[in-house]
Design a protein around this ligand. Structure first.
Ligand code: NAG
Ligand code: NAG
Ligand code: NAG
Ligand code: NAG
Ligand code: NAG
Length: 725
């Protein structure tokens, strides 16, 4: 029956839809939004060709884009936008009306929110007024130009308003994201000698624990919420500091105006110190100027075509990351309205949303979405699960339609009718039905995921940039559908590929130039706060252009798209955005007696790492001869008088085949690493013994027994694939 339907109904139907789409494409002109985008490849052009480096720039410009107005700053650009858009809605918030506890069947208690039915909006004019009052409030409580103000809060509307108020009076915003931990917060406050901290109700509880260690702090500005509706209890808990709620400070700012007591920032003035995790120990504060942010945002926004007042953006990624900060700054200046959300209430199935209630995204119905790959992974997994539960017929329909659409996507063509008939319901169920552009950043997006999003959701592009370059780097254009590449150079940047001889990457490589990626331009930040040596190591000025050496290895494709192919430093960023320092993890695993050497492999397209272990033959032999092992492995390994290596090889084979043993092996390593203080994401999920001893003559290690990672990875390609399967 289903076969008959398949051949007589589904296939012919999709065939016809596809055919109609092809006809539509024939007479369709380019999307008007993309009118200003280039059409001819290559999208990056070579500008300087040397023997040890090649430089590339955007094909959209002849010289690096810069901020030319010497009096420009972020606040001034915002006021210009506010004047232009006046009554247009800018920031939307969906209020939490009340909170209730819901006991799950397993005894766990989840907090569930009763949410407002809709978003409440602030217009540009109202927002500007609030920012101005806040700035005046800041001045009145004693904040001066050059002072540091810490923002320690999840993403919300008050975050951006507070930052803009700081920018107005040339106070420096210091950002620290919550996952950096409480020690990092103490460190950041101490290092920047901050006097004021802006924290959400939730983060204030963390602050209480370190109150004795942060003597420089005089003021706490509390962003109240449903859990902390006012500051009364805080005031009685913390007597040594002045505590204000956001609204109280706006109120203070209303009463009097101290307009003249502050300096106006210029492009070269420091705007933000953004802390990111360091490879070891303390976090590093990246210093960004007003000019950095303005140049980067201007070049970046141009890459995605034009926006209109129907566009809206849903904000939920942490603003303490450059990616979200820059995207929001760009949209707010562009007149795109921003609806605030957070991971707890984003979708219908988010933890704080009650069964049957609607998540933020479907209330807002955004047209623009910024994502990190893990979020996309989660969404697409949900969709795949749903599809797998559908009837056979529907499954066949969806899968065949997806195949046909992917072919069109690859040709850069649209599938208007197919979308309408097959995919629009999905779009509606997930995003409210208006989504048109997903920008993915923060980590590399793998092929399957990007293709899945392009087919089932909408245009999905990758962007590549770092905190140190103020998110500047490369992006794909919305009409580009290639996968596994990060697009072409943005207008304010120059990308320089530099030979890395030890890694065997050279700009003279065939077929394409390869090398370490250096990003240069006005958007390259000033360096690391109070770390002149580290700054000197990673930042370089050549011919008046400032570069940041990223440590990423890139290959420039003939059509001007950059592809990231390797990583120079031993620091790898996993799909979830966490950094794993390979060396650090290896040093911990090497403490185990059975380990003679080991190599942690962290594929940036995956969420976890794995590890290859070259065993200590003697110790393994001892292990095998213990009674405990013999019971399990029984007669299989006869220690007797055989050569150690043979025993070892047989042992490894048996270990590989025995799931219980393998699990125990992995668990022992996990427990050991945990005890040594590694974070869960740093610990290899799967480990495996290899049969070889890693000696210099094998070519797998250097003469000083340092790992040659590339060689190891290619030698054990098969084993690594198995570990990651
Ligand atoms: C802020 O710093 C600049 C440059 O270091 C200095 O010229 C200025 O006087 C400082 N302003 C205040 C209010 O300390
Ligand atoms: C703060 O920094 C100073 C040096 O600048 C250091 O001596 C002190 O121990 C630090 N305090 C804390 C609590 O980290
Ligand atoms: C905005 O959307 C409305 C209704 O969908 C449409 O009529 C209007 O043309 C759109 N405006 C712009 C500027 O695209
Ligand atoms: C660039 O070229 C590579 C190989 O030459 C190709 O796979 C890719 O699709 C091209 N990308 C663009 C943007 O044309
Ligand atoms: C806007 C901005 O910060 N521009 C800086 C870019 O870098 C050059 C030197 O590398 C500085 O002189 C500019 O001030």
């Amino acid at each position: 029956m289903s076969k008959v339907v398949k051949y007589l109904v589904v296939y012919p139907l999709l065939f016809i839809i596809n055919l109609i789409d092809s006809c539509i494409n024939c007479c369709k002109r380019r999307d008007a939004r993309y009118k200003q985008l280039p059409t001819k490849k290559p999208f990056s052009k070579p500008v300087k060709i040397g023997t040890d480096s090649y430089s590339y720039m955007s094909c959209m410009t002849d010289k690096l884009e810069r901020i030319t107005n010497p009096n420009s700053n972020i606040y001034v650009e915002f006021t210009e936008a506010a004047r232009k858009h006046q009554q247009i809605k800018t920031m939307g918030v969906r209020a939490v009306l009340s909170v209730e506890d819901q006991v799950q069947s397993n005894g766990k208690v989840f907090k569930k929110y009763n949410m407002d039915k809709e978003y409440k909006w602030t217009t540009y004019q109202e927002m500007l007024l609030k920012v101005d009052r806040l700035a005046s409030g800041f001045l009145q409580i004693g904040i001066k130009s050059n002072d540091s103000v810490i923002i320690f809060s999840e993403t919300r509307a008050e975050w951006l308003m507070s930052a803009l108020a700081c920018f107005k009076i040339k106070a420096v915003v210091v950002t620290l994201y919550a996952t950096l931990g409480i020690d990092a917060l103490t460190y950041g406050i101490n290092e920047t000698v901050a006097t004021t901290i802006i924290a959400s109700g939730d983060s204030v509880s963390k602050l209480k624990k370190i109150i004795d260690k942060i003597p420089t702090i005089k003021n706490i500005l509390v962003l109240t919420d449903a859990f902390t509706p006012n500051c009364d209890s805080l005031r009685s808990d913390i007597k040594s500091m002045n505590i204000y709620s956001f609204n109280e400070l706006v109120e203070i700012g209303k009463t009097s105006n101290s307009e003249s007591n502050y300096e106006r920032p210029v492009p070269s003035d420091l705007a933000i110190i953004m802390y990111t995790s360091g490879s070891t120990g303390n976090p590093k504060g990246v210093m960004m100027t007003h000019g950095n942010i303005l140049t980067a945002r201007k070049s970046l926004i141009k890459r995605f075509g034009t926006f209109d007042k129907n566009d809206s953006y849903i904000a939920y990624l942490p603003l303490a990351h450059i990616f979200e900060l820059l995207v929001e700054m760009s949209f707010i200046i562009e007149g795109v309205s921003i609806g605030y959300s957070n991971p707890l209430t984003l979708s219908d199935v988010s933890t704080a949303i009650k069964a049957g209630d609607t998540g933020d995204i479907k209330v807002l119905k955004p047209s623009l979405l910024a994502c990190v790959p893990t979020v996309l992974e989660r969404i697409s997994k949900g969709v795949k699960d749903k599809i797998s539960k559908e009837s056979d017929l529907k499954k066949i329909l969806l899968e065949t339609a997806a195949r046909k659409k992917l072919r069109k996507v690859k040709q850069g063509k649209s599938s208007v009718l197919m979308d309408k008939i097959v995919f629009s319901k999905l779009n509606e169920a997930l995003f409210g039905g208006r989504i048109r552009l997903i920008i993915s950043g923060g980590a590399m997006l793998n092929r399957e995921l990007q293709e899945f999003c392009q087919v089932h959701f909408c245009t999905t592009v990758q962007a590549y940039g770092l905190t140190e370059t103020c998110a500047g780097g490369t992006t794909q254009f919305p009409f580009q559908t290639e996968v596994e590449e990060v697009g072409s150079v943005i207008g304010s940047c120059e990308i320089r590929l530099v030979n890395w001889v030890e890694g065997n990457y050279r700009v003279t490589d065939k077929p394409n130039p390869r090398g370490e990626i250096w990003i240069g331009g006005d958007n390259v930040t000033l360096g690391y706060y109070k770390m002149p040596d580290k700054t000197k190591e990673d930042y370089h000025v050549i011919d008046g252009i400032r570069y940041f050496a990223t440590g990423d290895i890139g290959e420039m494709l003939p059509n001007g798209s950059l592809k990231i192919i390797d990583r120079k430093k031993d620091l790898v960023k996993l799909q979830g955005g966490e950094y794993v320092s390979l060396n650090k993890v290896e040093n911990v695993i090497k403490l185990l007696p059975m380990v003679s050497n080991c190599c942690v492999i962290a594929d940036p397209k995956k969420t976890y790492c794995v590890c290859l272990i070259s065993p200590d033959v003697k110790k393994v032999e001892d292990l095998i001869s213990t009674a405990h092992v013999e019971l399990e492995l029984g007669q299989k390994v006869q220690v007797g008088r055989r050569r150690s290596l043979d025993i070892l090889n047989e042992f490894i084979d048996i270990l590989e085949k025995n799931k219980n043993w393998k699990d125990k092996f992995n668990k022992d390593i996990f427990d050991h690493c945990k005890k040594q203080g590694l974070e869960t994401f740093e610990i290899p999920t799967k480990c495996r013994f290899v049969k070889e001893q890693w000696l210099p003559e094998t070519g797998l290690v250097t003469d000083s027994l340092k790992l040659k990672r590339k060689e190891i990875e290619s030698f054990y390609k098969k084993e690594i694939e198995i570990l990651y399967s």
